[in-house]
Design a binder for this molecule. Structure first.
Ligand code: F6R
Length: 619
């Protein structure tokens, strides 16, 4: 969850600090309880680091400027070992001479035993972090080998856990060495400079040419070159790719917050995720799929593993995939999956959903599933991330970078990708819905335009949120695919507005939750389309009547033309008509917008809510 950036420029280029600070600003979403930089300055390294947001580091650099340099590393931290203090902020120095500085993302699981060894030798520690242990080990290895790459190779052999490490040493100016295991690291290739980053946002302002690294690799960058080797010392090569995200996509695009921008990105997120999925005859194809068609025909069970919003996308997808394929789908919270003795074999397809592709809980679930013989598909938004690399096949969502901590456009893109997967399976297996795949894809193709229309009508939702700044509790009701949407609406409100919110299956009301209803209680109700099967629409309309009769303030999300809800709704938010299974791609939008503006009305930080980080890379 930390953000990492490294830079080496030519001798006449002393802009390292500017490049690092720009990279950190773009990476701040990855974690933000402290930040720091280290530069090679003459015969030593110089560091500045500060707890709190990047602004604190900027102020520190103004008060106590660093000398110019061609080479440096920068870090934004979300604390794991050791609280968010100045001392625990990265970079950490190793050795007694202050020549080596190190930054780290991840966790060194065996740091206690390594630290005991160093303490026995008299090493003095200035922080509580696992990172400082590695810094001292690396400094000692450098003193022995006089080469930072070789020192890194020696040290990583003793480390257990997940880590990306970047180091500089004053005796090797013009060099940054990185290493990765189960944690992200990409290389940016410039004309007269090279870059390292935990993702491409770190250097997107400077270059679009990048190299993807494999697990267990060490990379050494200078101004003129990049060399890669395995942890075993064997020479290796990264995989070159061009970054297609433009620099502006990593910015706010004129909106006040990233979240608002990302809500407005949603028509594109859905449209782009659908791109290139049908061949000239309109048949579904999945180019990124490495699993054989035979294997996919044989699966008899699907388990979705994911966390938070991504798990709600999985719950939505369950309804659709089961309906289209008749394959049973289970949705497991990734952090619970491993511990429930899951029933998995080589006919089980485990679909992980993760925006970041780095969520440790989800990664561990995928690894466990593979160990048990399952086929694994990753639905992921981040190219080169760890989860897709650890999976048998990948279905990328094309939502672009999601920077606001609260997930919005990734959710829609995840549902879309899972639907594509479900339709693909239906087509492949030739059940009764095989022929429907094309028509559903056509309906999906119309969704982006409908989201656009819906976004044009959100003024009233913003007003409602504005009136509700003092609200202490909001309930959300939904049914069928609307049920996970209700839970997602509640999650958005909890994380953004810090108020109690709960999402219920509307049918569950009478089994307990209706006791919560008292006069004035705001309740959002996601009403199924009148065209839904099994009379669901009428049942939810009855639920609205029941809670209204007990004094609830009902805010109803209903399809255009659904007049039945009017009589019982304090507010009606209209969504365009679409097939019932596709409705979540629309009905969740007003809930996201509501959470955005309620958080804003409360004067809270919409993009970086308290206690949360964008990418949770610890279990
Ligand atoms: C909520 C939110 C989280 C993430 C969850 C999984 O708004 O963003 O619940 O959905 O932490 O993250 P990824 O998708 O990166 O695995």
């Amino acid at each position: 969850m930390c953000g990492i950036v490294g830079y080496v420029g030519r001798a006449e280029d002393d802009s390292a600090l500017d490049v690092l600070m720009e990279g950190l600003a773009r990476l701040e979403y990855r974690g933000y309880d402290s930040a720091g930089v280290a530069l090679v300055t003459g015969d030593h390294t110089s560091t500045r680091k500060k707890s709190g947001k990047l602004a604190n580091l900027r102020a520190e650099l103004e008060a106590d400027p660093l000398p110019p340099s061609t080479t440096g590393i920068g870090h934004t931290r979300w604390a794991t070992h050791g609280g968010p203090t100045d001392e625990n902020a990265h970079p950490h120095r190793g050795g007694a001479d202050g020549k080596l500085a190190l930054i780290h993302n991840g966790i060194i699981e065996n740091f206690h035993s390594l630290k005991r060894g160093l303490l026995a030798q008299g090493t003095v520690f200035t922080s509580e972090t696992d990172t400082e242990v590695v810094a001292h080990l690396l400094a000692a290895a450098y003193d022995e080998h006089h080469d930072l790459t070789e020192a890194m190779r020696v040290v990583v052999a003793d480390l257990e856990g997940a880590f990306t490490l970047l180091a500089i040493h004053a005796d090797q100016p013009g060099v940054v060495v990185g290493a990765r295991r189960n944690s992200p690291l990409v290389v940016g290739l410039g004309a007269d400079a090279n870059y390292l980053g935990s993702d491409v946002a770190a250097f997107i302002g400077y270059t679009r040419q990048a190299l993807e690294l494999d697990q267990d690799q060490i990379v050494t960058i200078t101004a003129d070159g990049v060399t890669v080797m395995g942890f075993d010392g064997a020479p290796a090569e990264g995989k070159a790719f061009e970054v297609t995200w433009d620099a502006a996509a990593a910015e706010k695009g004129g909106y006040a917050t990233f979240m608002e921008k990302e809500i407005h990105d949603q028509p594109h997120a859905v449209a782009d995720t659908l791109l290139g999925r049908t061949d000239a005859d309109g048949r579904l194809t999945l180019d990124e799929m490495d699993i054989t068609e035979h294997q996919l025909r044989e699966i008899d069970r699907i388990i979705v593993v994911a966390c938070g919003t991504a798990a709600y996308a999985g719950l939505v997808a369950k309804y659709a995939i089961e309906h289209w394929t008749r394959i049973p789908v289970e949705v497991a919270l990734a952090h619970e999956f491993r511990y429930c003795d899951p029933i998995v074999n080589d006919r089980t397809l485990v679909v992980s959903i993760s925006q970041s592709g780095e969520t440790m809980d989800t990664l561990m679930a995928v690894k466990h599933a593979r160990l048990l013989g399952a086929l694994t598909i990753s639905v992921c938004n981040t190219h080169g991330a760890t989860i897709p690399r650890e999976s048998d096949a990948v279905l990328y969502t094309h939502a672009g970078p999601e920077i606001a901590v609260a997930s919005t456009k990734a959710f829609l893109a995840q549902i879309t990708a899972c639907y594509v997967l479900g339709l693909y399976l239906a087509q492949l297996r030739g059940g009764s819905f095989a022929d429907d795949a094309q028509s559903v894809m056509k309906q999906l193709g119309e969704v982006p335009g409908k989201i656009e229309t819906l976004l044009g009508r959100m003024d009233r939702v913003k007003e409602i949120a504005g009136f509700m700044a003092d609200t202490r509790s909001v309930l959300f009701l939904g049914r069928h695919v609307g049920y996970p949407v209700a839970m997602e609406g509640a999650l958005k409100l909890k994380e953004l507005a810090y108020i109690h919110a709960e999402g219920f299956a509307a049918g569950e009301l009478k089994h307990g939750p209706i006791a919560l209803i008292e006069p004035g209680q705001p309740v959002f109700v996601i009403v199924p389309s009148p065209s839904s099967e099994h009379g669901l629409h009428g049942k939810v309309v009855s639920n609205i009547q029941e809670i209204r009769a007990r004094g609830a303030r009902t805010i109803v999300i209903a399809e255009e033309g659904d007049e039945a809800v009017e009589a019982f709704a304090d507010e009606v938010i209209r969504v365009p008509v679409t097939a019932p299974l596709l409705a979540p791609l629309l009905t969740v939008v007003p809930l996201q917008v509501f959470a955005l503006w309620l958080s804003t009305a409360k004067g809270l930080d919409v993009d970086q809510p308290r206690n949360l980080a964008k990418s949770v890379t610890v279990e």
